[in-house]
Structures are given as structure tokens and as C-alpha cells.
Design a protein around this ligand. Structure first.
Ligand SMILES: Nc1ncnc2c1ncn2[C@@H]1O[C@H](COP(=O)(O)OP(=O)(O)OP(=O)(O)O)[C@@H](O)[C@H]1O
Length: 295
């Protein structure tokens, strides 16, 4: 199975959100990384065939997904970023409704819903109205609806937003198992959610794909740029201005250990450390890039 995206662009009036993107997705978990406004949602909505590209094409095993229509939708599951519909339904009624829309055979519906409710730890709230659920629970209901038809292609826009750390771990394990022989594309700002489960990652910036590779391949881009050192706590305000600090930990004794990004060591005791995907993300997307928007 191969989903081939070729020279895909989307222009909204004065803004090109996706610029000439080419990418071939094969089975496995794909992480889609990018700062706010990079074009991830727009790309995902075109792959979901709910937004028409301005130019370019998307083929599944050589066939246009748009021309495949229902055949494609039956293979496909989508968790949109804004998922606010049918809040007056109970969780169970809502999932039954989506199952009917997706033509899930009636005899399989109950078993499928029960199994997803169990996996996503939603069984206890199945008779509650969606509107009464917490943000994390709503997100899990969204994940359940995307998976009802056992999709071969699963696209999830920020699936881990609002999940607590335990739920995030369960989500990662569940998706890892699920992705066997399926294409799963996940966009997230929480890099650690895909770092260890993604087969490959695509990095998007200002509407373009900057790079594609395994986590190990991509982190090499930040090799030689990540350092750790210990500094006196009272000098932190100065270091906060001078260094791009990734994280810091209070060591007591008026000492703070910091991890920072730089082209070369900036203190005498700095030690070069192997980069992680989060370091690369921060290297590629410094704060101002998520605010500054390119036309
Ligand atoms: N319907 C629209 N009309 C006009 N501009 C749009 C529309 N949808 C998206 N854009 C613009 O296209 C750009 C890319 O948006 P998109 O939502 O795809 O980014 P993103 O990477 O998903 O960001 P985020 O992480 O914040 O969701 C942004 O500048 C956005 O303002």
C-alpha cells in the first residue's frame, strides 16, 4: 500500500498554506512535525479528501483518492483537530451513529465499539453525554470514532492534545500495535509522543516539507549542537537571554543544570550530548518561527 502525494499545493486567497509537497507514505507510523501554521492541518485535510488541492494529486496505489470516493472513505479514518460535533449524544450513541455512517456492518458494531471503549478506557463513561466529558476524554472519543471502520489509513491531527501522561503512554503503545500493515499519520507538537513510535517523520515548515527520515536520521541534523552544563542559579537570567535553553533542572546548592542549543560550547564545562528529536524540533523551529508567518 502506498499513498503518493505529488506536487500538492493549497492556496487560500492571499496565503499558500501548502507549497508543492511531494511525499510517499508507506505502512508504519508517520510523524508530521511542524510549528503552528506550518501547513500540517491543511495537508491532512487534503489527504482526508475534505479539502480540494489547488494543484497536485494524491494517489492510493496509483488511483486518485478523490475518484475512489466511498471506496477510499471505507479504508480511511480521520481525527480532525477541532472535534466539536454531536456533543449532545452519549458516547455510545455517538459511536453507533458514526459506525452507521461508515457502513460498519451492524453485527460488528457493538463488538467493535466495546473493544475501542475498553482500549481507550472509556467504558465507564459510555452513557455520558460527550459535552460533559473532559478534554482528554473527548479526544479519546475522537480517536475511537476514527478507528471504528478498522481503517487502513489513519490520519490524526494532534491526537494527544489534552491527554494526561498515562493516557499518552497507552495511546503510543496502542498505535504502535495498530500500525502494522497500515499507514498512520500523526501530527503533534509533543515530539516525545512520536519520537519512539514513528517509523518515519516528515518535517514541515512554511508549507513545505523540509526533510523526511527516521528519528535517528533526522536527529543527526542537530548533531554537534546540543550541550549540557551546570551554572549558578543566580546567573540564570543572563543565560536565559544568551542561550537557547531546551530545559533546566534545579540541582540544589544554588546550581542549575541546563541543556542548550548552540553552534559551539558556550561555557567551560559544557559537554556535547547526543541530540533527541525535541532538540531538532527546537533547532528548526525557534519561537519566532511559530509567530512569524510567511506569505
Ligand atoms: N481556510 C483558510 N483560509 C485562509 N487561511 C488558512 C485557512 N486554513 C489555514 N490557513 C492558513 O494556512 C496556514 C497553515 O495552516 P494550518 O492550519 O494548515 O497549519 P498547522 O501546521 O496545522 O498549524 P497548527 O499547528 O496551528 O494547527 C496558516 O497560516 C493558516 O492561517
Amino acid at each position: 500500500m502506498e499513498l503518493t502525494i505529488t506536487n500538492l499545493s493549497k492556496r487560500f486567497k492571499d496565503k499558500t498554506a501548502v507549497k508543492d509537497v511531494s511525499l510517499t507514505l508507506t505502512p508504519g507510523v508517520w510523524g508530521l512535525l511542524g510549528a503552528n501554521g506550518a501547513g500540517k492541518t491543511t495537508l491532512m485535510r487534503m489527504i482526508a479528501d475534505i479539502l480540494n488541492p489547488t494543484s497536485g494529486k494524491i494517489l492510493l496505489d496509483g488511483k486518485s483518492i478523490h475518484a475512489m470516493g466511498e471506496e477510499y472513505r471505507n479504508l480511511f479514518g480521520f481525527l480532525p483537530q477541532d472535534f466539536g460535533f454531536f456533543q449532545g449524544f452519549t458516547v455510545k450513541d455517538y459511536l453507533e451513529y458514526v459506525a452507521a455512517l461508515k457502513d460498519v456492518p451492524a453485527r460488528e458494531t457493538r463488538k467493535k465499539i466495546d473493544s475501542l471503549l475498553h482500549t481507550l478506557t472509556l467504558t465507564d463513561v459510555k452513557n455520558k453525554k460527550v459535552i460533559k466529558l473532559s478534554g482528554g476524554m473527548k479526544r479519546r472519543v475522537g480517536i475511537a470514532q476514527a478507528m471504528l471502520n478498522d481503517p487502513k489509513i489513519l490520519i490524526m491531527d494532534e491526537p494527544t492534545a489534552g491527554l494526561d501522561p498515562g493516557e499518552r503512554v497507552r495511546f503510543r503503545n496502542f498505535i504502535s500495535e495498530f500500525s502494522h500493515n497500515r499507514i498512520v499519520l500523526i501530527s503533534t507538537h509533543i515530539v516525545s509522543d512520536i519520537e519512539y513510535i514513528s517509523t518515519k517523520n516528515a518535517v514541515m515548515k512554511a508549507g513545505k516539507i523540509l526533510d523526511v527520515g527516521t528519528t535517528d536520521e533526522l536527529v543527526k541534523l542537530a548533531a554537534g549542537k546540543v550541550f549540557t552544563c551546570t551554572v549558578p542559579a543566580d546567573r540564570m537570567p543572563m543565560y536565559e537571554v544568551q542561550l537557547r535553553i531546551i530545559n533546566q533542572r534545579n540541582e540544589g546548592n544554588n546550581q542549575v543544570s541546563i541543556r542548550y542549543l548552540a553552534d559551539e560550547a558556550r561555557t567551560n564545562d559544557s559537554v556535547l550530548v547526543p541530540p533527541r528529536l525535541e532538540d531538532l524540533y527546537l533547532w528548526l523551529f525557534p519561537q519566532e518561527d511559530s509567530i512569524k508567518e510567511e506569505k
